[in-house]
Design a protein around this ligand. Sequence first.
Ligand SMILES: [Ca+2]
Length: 402
Amino acid sequence: MLHKLEVAVSILLATGLAVNGAVVLNCARDVDSANDEMCNRPVHSTTTPPIPLPTSTCNSTATPTPYQTINFSNTSWIWTGENPTAGGANPIGLRSFRKNVSTPCENDKCARCATIIAAVDNDYQLYVNGLSVGNGSGWDLAGVHYVPLREQDNVFAFAGINVPPGGPAGFVAKILVHYSDGSTDSIGTDETWRTLPRDTSALSWTSPNFDDSAWGRAKSQGPTANGASLWGAPKLPPALSLADARWIWTSDVNVGDATAPVGTRFFRTTHNVNGTKRAVCATAVIDADDEYTLWVNGVIVGSNNNFQAAKAYHIPSLSGQTNTFAVNASSVGGPAGVIAKILLVFDDGTTEALVTGTGWKASATAPVGFEKPAFDVSGWAAATDVGAFGRSPWGQLAIPAA
Ligand SMILES: [Ca+2]
């Protein structure tokens, strides 16, 4: 039996998602039942150490590309099969789903990063090669996650949690693998995924070394095509939100100005890795009024001249420690601004967002080669903040879907 205070705590914890970083079981309904001891336990043994990525042996020949939108085509909602009726009610609690993906690393084609979209009834936590890389809730709107991969063998592990009052349970994901030569593969949830029809909290099941060969196969709860299952096709979020980025320009423009001098301006930021982790790849979303070119480490990422529509890019290869992003942007009339977010992915599974703001450097003039990492920006001023994302006349923009 739990005391009153403990009951209150377990109800507080019964949000189904991260508490101090650990996913907990959702036990509000059965606080006095025999399941008490299963409540509020982490989804896997926290003693499993993350296994860092080995140093790459593969040349990366991929170049930055427009972001490749993924979708849930050819995937199924899956669960354990504890209820043989697809879309039927399932027990409350945590279930585990694993997929081992082995791809040869040869001829400079090796797995490097992945984009993952996922949705669930009700909550999920995502692990890649034992690294906790994200979580999400709900079946209407997918989550998107950017993760580092090992070169050959990768294990994708999802904890799916059916929260009180239980009812149907389903999980769907699509994984887009980016290779070092610029090619891609996609892997979706289906009946090849491994699962067990019970709680696995006591197992180190998120570890890449865990042997799941004795596990059974997931059971389809219906395809993701609209109308073909209980949940249908989840909506996709933007590749990245720009909500916390600022419009910037040079100091000849003030916040909210409706006009700016016609001309080209130059912007840079350099990110240095903190600690021993290494940067692997990145996703960028950028927009400018009126046009821009974006570089990473002196290499062109892309350019555009439609201020009403942001563009997204996949940056397949970063330098491990220091990465420089440079933008030139031109205003041909009316207001002027640049707004961007760049999400860096590190080899320990963490990510960090760089957003435009006064931390960027800006200049009204720049010599040839200003985009090269070695260029000295010490004479440049801080960029001028000309407004929050959403300000008039740019509004919410059209941002490519994940
Ligand atoms: Ca449910």
